[in-house]
Design a protein around this ligand. Structure first.
Ligand SMILES: Nc1nc2c(c(=O)[nH]1)N[C@H]1C(S)=C(S)[C@@H](COP(=O)(O)O)O[C@H]1N2
Ligand SMILES: [Mo]
Length: 407
């Protein structure tokens, strides 16, 4: 971070305060001729429970992503998992008082569970699950799409523990016409209007009834960090992470596609048929994003690494493919003209990311890029360039590339 340094002749309080944008409380004690450091950068906005190396995109609401080389761990540490909030954190409350209510026109009854009832009544399961924001990679779209300008790091794969949503739904009882569920959380709308719901999305019943779809209270064996949904959240692996409702307080069982805020319109939806860049697409021509597309990251080395001529380089990373498994993982050092197979592991469980590694030799000194390309079980591969433009900039699964210099 570069420090902004300007020469201050007169250390008047007003001038100094103008310099840092807020009153300097002990300004009168600052020795004459000495200037305040006076530099604040979004990168050092401290998010409770989070590593300060996350890249902060916003502080109200809080949005922060993880630089790819910090995603090198097989299981993403809670402190490094990205944060995407649409509203403000819920008020602090006693988790002992927390309840989750299941209701809705297609639920047989309305039931409220306390956290301890959930924990005692149902079997516990732990899965590693990929959560990726539908807008991850948005910053690459041209013309630009409005929204958080995520680069590569609105993704993570942590270990989540909780009960199966399906066990809870079955306990409540489902009517024959149940087709969808929707969630509600306790976060607060940016307007602070208690009547307004920040976000209430959902998933088809089929996805809700999958074994890996969890109502979770633990992330990596500990309480979920506050910003990631403490004390309870949904975790829906492989689908846009916007379906994984945080601060979960209510689930509605619906007889139609859930219609909460950010289910309709242009939110988390893409044109049903691909469109030319800049096209205005009517709401009725937009389709809800379901399984996320195949994607991968190079997590070692960091882009910009410099290596010695003649040395081979051990590269590694992860690959994932929404509801599917990744079947092939390749890298290229010649801008995609030729590809080398990597060693790709199986996922530890369905919907977890898969680790890959490969040793690469560079033919001579110079600048190179390593490009990484995953292919899913159905044969769909990551594109080398940014894929189909869409109004809100979702689903960019272009190949990740890093720069390497061989000296
Ligand atoms: N209640 C609530 N749930 C939410 C959100 C939110 O703003 N409020 N954001 C969603 C979006 S858009 C994403 S990408 C994920 C992010 O989860 P994370 O912050 O744990 O990474 O949470 C989802 N669940
Ligand atoms: Mo998201």
């Amino acid at each position: 971070m570069s420090k902004r340094r300007t020469f201050i002749k007169k250390s008047s309080l007003a001038l100094l305060s103008g310099f840092v944008g807020t009153p300097i409380i002990f300004a009168k004690n600052l020795p004459k001729g000495m200037e305040p450091l006076g530099y604040f950068d979004d990168d050092v906005f401290i998010i409770p429970g989070k590593d300060e190396r996350l890249t902060v995109l916003n502080d109200r609401p809080i949005n922060a992503e993880t630089p790819p080389h910090l995603l090198d761990e097989e299981v993403t540490s809670s402190s490094l998992h990205f944060v995407r909030n649409n509203g403000l954190l819920p008020k602090k409350s006693d988790p002992k008082q927390w309840t989750l209510t299941i209701e809705g026109e297609s639920a047989e009854r309305s039931v409220s569970y306390s956290l301890s009832e959930l924990k005692n009544k149902f079997d516990h399961y732990t899965y590693q699950l990929v959560l990726e924001c539908g807008g991850n990679g948005r910053s690459e779209f041209n013309p630009p799409a409005k929204g958080n300008q995520w680069t590569l790091g609105a993704v993570g794969c942590s270990k989540w523990t909780g009960v199966r949503l399906k066990d809870v739904l079955n306990d409540v009882g489902l009517k024959n016409d149940a087709v969808y569920i929707g969630y509600y959380g306790k976060d607060i709308h940016l307007s602070q209007n208690p009547e307004k719901v920040v976000i209430s999305r959902g998933i088809p019943l089929k996805k809700a009834m999958e074994e890996e779809t969890l109502i979770a209270w633990e992330m990596n064996g500990e309480d979920i960090p506050e910003v990631n949904g403490f004390p309870l959240r949904l975790v829906v692996g492989g689908w846009p992470a916007s379906t994984s409702g945080k601060w979960l307080s209510r689930i509605v069982v619906r007889n139609k596609v859930h219609d909460g805020p950010k289910m309709g319109g242009q939110s988390y939806r893409v044109p049903c048929e691909s469109v030319a860049p800049n096209t205005k697409v009517e709401d009725e021509d937009m389709c809800i994003i379901e399984s996320m597309p195949v994607k991968s990251l190079i997590t070692y080395p960091k882009s910009g690494a410099i290596i010695r001529e003649g040395k081979s380089l051990e590269l590694r990373g992860h690959a994932w493919a929404g509801d599917l498994e990744v079947s092939k993982m390749e890298v290229s050092i010649d801008f995609g003209a030729t590809w080398n197979q990597t060693v790709l592991q199986k996922p530890v469980n369905r919907l977890a990311w898969q680790h890959w590694k490969v040793s690469v030799q560079f033919p001579q000194k110079g600048y190179y890029e390593v490009w990484a390309k995953a292919t899913d079980l159905k044969g769909a591969a990551q594109p080398m360039v940014v894929p189909g433009w869409n109004p809100r900039g979702y689903l960019n699964n272009a190949c990740h590339r890093i720069a390497i210099k061989v000296l």
